[in-house]
Design a protein around this ligand. Sequence first.
Ligand SMILES: Nc1ncnc2c1ncn2[C@@H]1O[C@H](COP(=O)(O)OP(=O)(O)OP(=O)(O)O)[C@@H](O)[C@H]1O
Ligand SMILES: [Mg+2]
Length: 463
Amino acid sequence: MFLKSLSGRFLLLTIIFVMLAEVLIFVPSVARFRLDYLQTRLDSSQIATLALLAAPDDMVTPELEAELLRNADVLNVALQRDSIRELMLSSPMKSPIEQSFDLRGASAWVLIRDALQALRHTDDRVIRIVGEPSNEAGQMIEAALYEKPLREAMIDYGLNIFKLSLFISIVTGALLFVAVRSFLVLPISRLVQQIRAFEAAPEDARKIIQPQAGVTELYEAETAIQSMQQQLSQSLKQKGRLADLGGAVAKISHDLRNILTTTQLLADRMENSEDPAVQKTAPKLVSSLSRAVNLCESTLRFGKAEETAPNLTDFSMQDLLREVVEGETLAVGDADIEISLQADDAISMRADREQLYRIVSNIVRNARQVLTAKKRQGEIRVKGDETADSWIISVSDNGPGLPKKAVDNLFTPFEGGARKGGSGLGLAISAELVKGHGGTIKLTASDSHGSTFRITLPKDSAK
Ligand SMILES: Nc1ncnc2c1ncn2[C@@H]1O[C@H](COP(=O)(O)OP(=O)(O)OP(=O)(O)O)[C@@H](O)[C@H]1O
Ligand SMILES: [Mg+2]
């Protein structure tokens, strides 16, 4: 859990990275340590030879020789002066010299390779080192020594480096941990808390986040969230107001419809009046009143929010379309409008029959109403067809095409109505019902020669 947090990961990664860096430093520094160690042995060997050179006849007692070698920490020393190599000091060795290392001008790679090799050998070998005497005291100085103490010193040194690296990485990691916590983790959890608070009461403007992060990127994130919350809060308020308004409209429509229905009954009676003037106006009054009642009813129907989910049944497409056509033909009255039907009687479809009836009749009714208003010879063609994957119903007329207002607000409730007495809901309701079937409704033609609406219902969503 801890390692999944941002600060936990930073801590772990820092320790790993610092250790990695230390490994890279370790190898050359161990090589350097070995070189220094051997160089020191050569220097002390050279000092030991000085005692010998100062003695009469270059001779010392065996005790002093052993003492000098012990002090120099080597087994024997040879010095080359004036091209003559002389074994200056010597002591018995457990084994012969196994390997010789020339320290003069050895490259870094050679030193690194030799150091790694020294770490690998586990037996106590005798090695010889060759170097240059200091202060030009000769051309070359050589010393033999056991390798084991060298290796132990190198391991000690390596362990010290490791401990130091561990300490450095833990301290760095801890410092980064604290920094990440205060610069990132705490501001992020504060941000999350603020978002949650807003989530609990999105309409409360006081809960909108106030940017205050010190880190630029976080500050930008806070600003973006702030602007999103402001918009959300505003649109929620607007939605709330619209919902209140919708509720009020529904109540008004309801009461108004009842009042109008009573008035309609009274107006009906007026038709029997003796007064010719009243007789003449009464039918107009009745039809205005029925339009008003219709408006109230459709508003109420629409206010019932979402239409119920379609109740799918199998039926003949031709039968359904014929019902629509017959119903609308009855409503044509004396107007010169012909409604024709073309659909194969073999097509069986699966949909909500009642809803599909409403969809098609809304469209046919619109065409009929437009043609009746234009008082010209009209033709409405209802066509039903099917393809491998959908059922298609199209309704065309030879009317004047849809007015711009209707096209611009096609399928938007109340907005698209451009007909006197219309409420602008018919197409919106049809579109909603078609959508409920997973289908589409499109205006495929609309010009001075007429309009065509095309409904496509996919077969696979009817399974
Ligand atoms: N076939 C058509 N030809 C010309 N105009 C049309 C046709 N169908 C629809 N319209 C226009 O589109 C508008 C929107 O139609 P819609 O059915 O949504 O509302 P409405 O008929 O005005 O009212 P409602 O159907 O709710 O009683 C209509 O007012 C009409 O102007
Ligand atoms: Mg309509």
